[in-house]
Write a protein that binds this ligand. Structure first.
Ligand code: MGD
Ligand code: MGD
Ligand code: SF4
Ligand code: MO
Length: 736
């Protein structure tokens, strides 16, 4: 203690981009030695400006959570026991190798979960595991999330990765459909501090319209809230597009297919009010969009996780095209990022190259819909999946027909998980490789980089050193070598593998048409900054990227520059760049692709359902299925609650706070009801991500009905096969 009784502040401050959600807030991390005391928002960050939410503040608890898996685990006699890394790799080699010997690689599959995209080591490394299992099947959380958006972009632009985001700093009319950015903090749109940006939009005279069956937190602060009927946004958007065309709007950008689209929309126009809004209301929305200087329309999981997810996503971009907002300042633009991946065959353009065995679901960008995974495991025959690797995913809770998924996982001959918790999914794994704490690894947002509300370059080095274990990048390489070689790899072998990956990446850059085209690969290899690790790939991609130094060929940044700029390097507002992202041969936007025209016919034939429809929602203190087990996030009122309109409840004699049975075509769950009097009266809402495991392994705060037990496996988007986890027909009854 100091002589005046003041405790000297021995703490130190470092910075780390939060890896939890898509807002990518930069955090200021306060430590004493190797003890993390607290995290706060980094007010000096050029991109996130100090925004932080309860989850970012709880990260020290994640770091210290005794339940977090810290050593490799192998299942012996039904229980998971800690083993050495070599023992774990040997078990993987023998287990997956055995499946391969008995049934071939086609019996192997990978499921990649959401946190993979928030973890740079996994983002770079998972593909090495996928290659080692090739030609096994690939599944990801994309098909319970954004795949319809990717497919819509592929059909429209020829590029599944070309996803425009609203230019929130310059638009004067933001239309949010099926998203709740005040709580989710944005998605496929990196927009930390949405509330503050909305306030600025309103202060400059702009407005926000929210389309959501529920009066969400975002709808609550909108200038106009339109409570659509769940799953019917395609009708609304079809009516909207038809009106814009009738009123003379035509694409201002190079585009084809408007006639085909116009004719198809005419066939559904008369039934547009199936969306639950009157023709007058749709007229008024069209008026609003036409009166705005530069409107921007945005849609998220409320639109993608429906039976018309791809069509809805497509029509959203049609509105942006017809209002003259696509690729224009203030409208919806395509962000750029610091890192460019090594150029490769255009995976971003593949759709239906192959189909799933059991139901014939088409592949989208190399992956099959996870809604079909359980039946691929359970249905006998050639190509039956018998070995599975899950990487940072919890399909037993996050995917439809969770009962079927849990049953299927139990039937696998061998399963490996890379994860940080023992949960509904990983308890089935024969081997679990432990992920790391976010404070022990470095961070770069490879997936989210091209979705920012502003262009920026940010990187976080590890806050604390990682000791006596590999990082997740190296862990992926270790798993890949074990699968490939049928035994654990020696450290020198992994070093050589890493070199190989770097050399291959350089070869692709040098052979591509970017800034490194034609350069000497050896010279580039030598010039990469970091001596080893995944940072080599990052330095390569940044220097080959739009703002990079091209390894000396121009002025620009390197990874070193990013590492020495803890508050990020701002690259300015979004700029028009359509020509760079459209991969269609003729360079035009396609407004009338066959798949979409046919899907409008499917929409026309769709029946209406009159009963209750179940949708999902998020809460600020949860993150999908896994973070709310931390004490700080589990605190407060119960969140796994069924929200129901009083009118629907009165009709069923249900009182506030009562226990009810929610039944769908797939299952029944019990839930406690909370009544309200807002939004669409026939919509009921239950958040996903809660656990029905009764054993002591799960903390109280994770317990609750698993809403995805109610989602039938065949309730999917007809085009992409993505699970329609919203708008599920249900009935709610009193218990007893
Ligand atoms: N009903 C309904 N269901 C939904 C949704 C919905 O809106 N409604 N949303 C869907 C969406 S958008 C998504 S993205 C999916 C998510 O679906 P999933 O990705 O399958 O599930 P998560 O709950 O994100 O589980 C992530 C897993 O990764 C682990 N993990 C966390 N961090 C790390 C790490 O750093 N390293 C490693 N190795 N493991 C880690 C966690 O312990 C957890 O087991 O859920 C979907 N499910
Ligand atoms: N706090 C928190 N933040 C998160 C997550 C989390 O679990 N918790 N998860 C992260 C992930 S993985 C993702 S993908 C994003 C998702 O980000 P968002 O897409 O913003 O997700 P939600 O907050 O679920 O908002 C979806 C909204 O759609 C509405 N909705 C449901 N069905 C329909 C429909 O048929 N039509 C319309 N128009 N609306 C509908 C719901 O009422 C809800 O308000 O959030 C991310 N951020
Ligand atoms: S909004 Fe919260 S969880 Fe998301 S990145 Fe920011 S601090 Fe992390
Ligand atoms: Mo997601």
């Amino acid at each position: 203690m100091g002589s005046l009784g003041i405790v000297p502040d021995m703490s130190e401050r470092r910075f780390r981009i939060c890896p939890i959600c898509e807002a990518a807030c930069n955090l200021e991390v306060k430590l004493e030695g190797e003890h993390i005391i607290a995290t706060t928002g980094d007010a000096a960050d050029t991109f996130s400006g100090g925004h932080v939410c309860p989850k970012g503040l709880a990260l020290p608890e994640l770091h210290d959570d005794p339940a977090r898996i810290r050593a490799p685990l192998v299942k012996r006699g039904g229980a998971h026991v800690a083993v050495s890394w070599d023992e774990a790799y040997a078990a993987i080699a023998a287990g997956l190798g055995g499946v391969r010997e008995r049934h071939g690689n086609a019996a192997l599959a990978v499921y990649m979960g959401n946190p993979t995209v928030h973890n740079f080591g996994l983002t770079l490394g998972f593909s090495e595991v996928v290659k080692a299992l090739s030609p096994g099947q690939f599944y990801s959380a994309g098909s319970i999330d954004q795949l319809p958006k990717n497919l819509a972009s592929m059909l429209m632009f020829g590029n599944g990765n070309a996803v425009p985001v609203p230019d929130i700093e310059r638009t004067d009319c933001l239309v949010v459909i099926g998203a709740n950015p005040i709580v989710s903090n944005g998605s496929l749109w990196v927009v930390p501090g949405f509330r503050r940006k909305l306030a600025a939009l309103k202060a400059r005279g702009g407005q926000m319209v929210v389309v959501d069956p529920r009066r969400s937190e975002t709808a609550g602060v909108a200038d106009l809230h339109l409570a659509v009927r769940p799953g019917t946004d395609a009708w609304l958007l079809a009516g909207l597009c038809a009106r814009l065309i009738e009123r003379g709007r035509r694409p201002e950008l190079p585009a084809r297919g408007i006639e085909l689209l116009t004719d198809a929309l005419a066939t559904v126009r008369s039934a547009e009010t199936r969306c639950g809004l009157s023709a007058g209301t749709i007229d008024a929305l069209a008026d609003r969009l036409m009166a705005a200087r530069r409107p921007a329309v945005y849609g998220r999981v409320g639109t993608t996780l429906t039976r018309f997810g791809t069509l809805t996503s497509f029509l959203i971009e049609c509105v942006n095209v017809l209002t003259g907002s696509l690729d224009r300042a203030g409208g919806a633009l395509f962000p750029e990022q610091a890192y460019v991946a090594p150029p490769r065959r255009r995976v971003a353009q593949t759709f239906g190259r192959f189909t799933s065995r059991v139901r014939g679901y088409p592949e989208v960008m190399g992956e099959l819909p996870v809604a079909g995974l359980a039946e691929e495991i359970e249905t006998e025959g050639t190509g039956q999946i018998r070995g599975l690797v899950t990487i940072a995913g919890n399909p037993a809770v996050s995917t439809p027909d969770s009962d079927g998924m849990a049953r299927a996982l139990g039937q696998l001959e061998f399963m490996v998980s890379a994860d940080i918790y023992l949960n509904e999914t990983t308890r089935h794994a024969d081997v679990i490789l432990p992920g790391t704490s976010p404070f022990n690894d470095s961070h770069y947002d490879q997936f989210l980089g091209s979705m920012g509300y502003r262009n920026n370059a940010r990187y976080s080095p590890p806050v604390l050193p990682l000791r006596d274990r590999p990082d997740e990048w190296r862990m992926m390489l270790g798993m890949a070598v074990a699968i490939r070689e049928g035994r654990p790899g020696a450290p020198e072998e992994l070093d050589a593998f890493e070199d190989e990956v770097v050399v291959a990446a350089i070869a692709r850059h040098v052979g591509g048409d970017g800034v490194l085209r034609g350069r000497d690969p050896h010279e580039i290899f030598q010039a990469i900054g970091p001596a080893c690790g995944m940072e080599r790939l990052l330095d390569l991609g940044v220097r080959a990227g739009p703002w990079g130094d091209g390894f000396g060929s121009r002025e620009g940044i390197t990874l070193e520059d990013m590492a020495t700029s803890p508050h990020g390097i701002d690259q300015g507002p979004l700029r028009p760049r359509l020509a760079e992202v459209v991969f269609n041969e003729d360079g035009e936007i396609n407004l009338g692709p066959d798949a979409i025209i046919q899907d409008i016919e499917r929409l026309r034939q769709e029946g209406t359902s009159d009963g209750l429809l179940l949708i999902g929602r998020r809460n600020i203190q949860t993150n999908n299925s896994w973070l709310h087990n931390l004490p700080a996030l589990g605190a407060g009122p119960r969140r796994a609650i069924l929200e129901m309109h009083v009118a629907a409840a009165n009709a069923r004699g249900i009182a506030d706070g009562e226990e009810v049975c929610v039944a769908s075509g797939a299952a029944e769950v019990r839930a406690t009801v909370r009544l309200h009097a807002e939004g669409d009266p026939d919509t009921v809402v239950l958040p996903h991500g809660f656990s029905e495991l009764s054993d002591a392994s799960q903390p109280e705060q994770r317990r609750g009905p698993n809403s995805n037990r109610l989602a039938p496996a065949d309730h999917i988007d007809g085009l992409s096969g993505t699970a329609a986890l919203n708008a599920i027909p249900v009935e709610v009854t009193r218990l007893g």
